[in-house]
Design a protein around this ligand. Sequence first.
Ligand SMILES: CC(C)(COP(=O)(O)OP(=O)(O)OC[C@H]1O[C@@H](n2cnc3c(N)ncnc32)[C@H](O)[C@@H]1OP(=O)(O)O)[C@@H](O)C(=O)NCCC(=O)NCCS
Length: 146
Amino acid sequence: MAGLLTVERLFDHPLPPEAARAYLADRRNVVFVAIAGGNGVGYLRATALLQPHTLRRQMFLYEIAVEAAKRRRGVGRSLVEALLSYCRRRKFDEVFVFTSPYNRAATRLYRSTGAVTETRADRMYVYLLRSGRPRTPRDTLSSNRG
Ligand SMILES: CC(C)(COP(=O)(O)OP(=O)(O)OC[C@H]1O[C@@H](n2cnc3c(N)ncnc32)[C@H](O)[C@@H]1OP(=O)(O)O)[C@@H](O)C(=O)NCCC(=O)NCCS
């Protein structure tokens, strides 16, 4: 909880303590906070998804943000890599994230850390962590829609 509060200012909304506590208590939710000089300078949060039709393990990277003054120093990359390591250790099949094709920083960050899309204009970026189907982001998208 303390870690999350150090980056509260980076969220679009305030974090009511009750909601934040409930969020953190749910083991499907994963939060990484980047600390520099004792201050929170970035965070990433993600949620493990269950699907009714497959046992493939998917992690949805819901949000990542780095304090404006601390960008382009590798913080975002470290956060993504921390999530990927976490997911590999726990044998997740894939991690996926949505972003706008116009968000240059985010699209480059995701591509440079190994995410793929089916076309350059896609909004969904997928990190395929384990071999086997599905092999393309489109398959993952279909899966998500059931
Ligand atoms: C996207 C974001 C998290 C990146 O964080 P960051 O700490 O600046 O990223 P890093 O320094 O680790 O950059 C890693 C790579 O991403 C790419 N990248 C990051 N910012 C970039 C930018 N402004 N322009 C182009 N490429 C960029 C580069 O390839 C970079 O590697 P390099 O510096 O060796 O060239 C940050 O820009 C941010 O918080 N943006 C606002 C919130 C947001 O848009 N979140 C994503 C929503 S889906």
